[in-house]
Ligand binder design. Structure first.
Ligand SMILES: *Cc1c(COP(=O)(O)O)cnc(C)c1O
Length: 393
């Protein structure tokens, strides 16, 4: 008897639905081009917004940190895994974010999983945007607080919930992405902060796609909206624009004191490796030195969006370098993705259940690492395949 038959059945079902996939294998670094099956392909799908993932300065810093501190942290932070390099990174990030303190985790996902249950408990209410990231949903599930969702970016709906429920709970925590990853739109942060004040709620912004992208030198969505000191928990990732791996909470010192005692992903999972910490410190220093990286990112994003818009593609309502190319039907979405790959351009198709049924799209991620030649090459491929599939005229 095959006791894994239940998985055989589930996989067969995925294949029937046409959503079973094999992972692409890149045989080189994550950069403006990648190598799939020996072929050079223009990469329009990474979160490597600033081109830092393969930057010589980060590589050098990773090597230097490894030479001095070794390959692994050897323990969780609360035992002997708390190397001074990690403290240096947290202090630098706090300075960069203009917040009192920063607490680092091993990833953005881990950060939400550890932080949300640590700062909420039975008798509290979590109010979450319906389009929030999976790690927020899972972090919320691990909390003993009650939870409810408001319609995406709908401030009337958020206020309705606060008005109706505020008095029944001790703490109410409003959670939102800063930048929504599938559409590239921004949270209405000034309104959320105002509502939080009016109803005495706490605010939690996961700025994974805003870090290194929005605000002065990529200081994030809170900086973009001039809301320093008014958001209680600002989450960032070190895995996207920053180019390495890790996540963090920027907050008041008292929040850090508490997380160091109660965030379970920090207490029970080994600290970041020295190479990652060293590279991240370099990355933050580069952002603090110069705006050239973020400026190049936005310049590339504007150039590409304008060209695709002119070709007649529907680009949704993105306000950031995340550029959804709306297609609609799931099968047509995947056909466009395959057609572009045949032309030497990688853009992953995003379909149900990641986005609602009938809202299939390609999600183009621009980067400062793209050359104008890369972008023109990709634009020509979009024109050719888009016409062939009659997505544009
Ligand atoms: C990508 C993302 C994460 C996860 O970050 P990692 O560092 O890759 O684990 C968390 N939250 C949001 C909103 C994200 O977009």
């Amino acid at each position: 008897m095959n006791n894994l038959q239940f998985l055989e059945d589930k996989i067969a079902e995925l294949k029937e639905q046409g959503v079973y996939r094999q992972l692409p294998v890149n045989t080189g670094p994550c950069a403006n081009v990648i190598y799939l099956k020996g072929q050079e392909i223009v990469n329009l799908s990474s979160n490597n917004y600033l081109g830092f993932a393969n930057h010589p300065r980060l590589i050098q810093a990773a090597k230097a940190a490894t030479d001095k501190y070794g390959a692994g942290a050897g323990s969780v932070r609360t035992i002997v895994g708390n190397q001074d390099l990690l403290e240096e990174l947290e202090n630098l990030l706090a300075l960069f974010k203009q917040e009192e303190a920063v607490t680092c985790f091993q990833s953005g996902f881990n950060c939400n999983l550890g932080t949300i249950p640590a700062i909420t408990e039975a008798g509290d209410l979590i109010v979450s945007d319906e389009k929030n990231h999976a790690s927020i949903i899972d972090g919320t599930r691990l909390s003993k607080a009650e939870r409810t969702i408001y319609r995406h970016n709908d401030m009337d709906d958020l206020e309705r919930i606060l008005k109706e429920k505020r008095s029944q709970y001790r703490n109410v925590l409003i959670i939102t992405d800063g930048v929504f990853s599938m559409d590239g739109d921004l949270a209405k942060l000034p309104n959320i902060v105002a509502l939080a004040k009016k109803y005495q709620a706490l605010t939690y912004v996961d700025d994974a796609h805003g870090s290194g992208v929005l605000g002065r030198s990529g200081r994030g969505t809170v900086d973009h909206f001039h809301l320093h000191g008014q958001v209680d928990f600002i989450i960032g990732t070190l895995s996207k624009a920053i180019g390495v791996v890790g996540g963090y909470v920027a907050s008041k010192q008292i929040v850090k004191d508490w997380l160091l005692h109660r965030a379970r992903t920090l207490l029970f999972s080994t600290a970041l490796p020295p190479a990652a910490i060293g590279a991240t410190i370099e990355s933050v220093k580069m952002l603090m030195e110069s705006e050239t990286y973020t400026q190049k990112l936005w310049e590339n994003a504007r150039y590409f969006k304008k060209a695709l818009g002119n070709l007649g593609f529907d680009l949704g309502h993105s306000e950031t370098p995340i550029t959804p190319v709306m297609v609609g039907k799931e099968s047509l979405t995947m056909e466009l993705s395959r057609g572009l790959l045949a032309e030497g351009v990688f853009v992953s198709g995003i379909v149900f259940p990641t986005v609602p049924a009938g809202q299939g799209r390609l999600r183009v991620m621009l980067s400062a690492s793209h050359t104008k030649a890369n972008l023109d090459f990709a634009i020509a491929a979009f024109a050719k395949v888009g016409k062939k599939l009659r997505i544009i005229n």
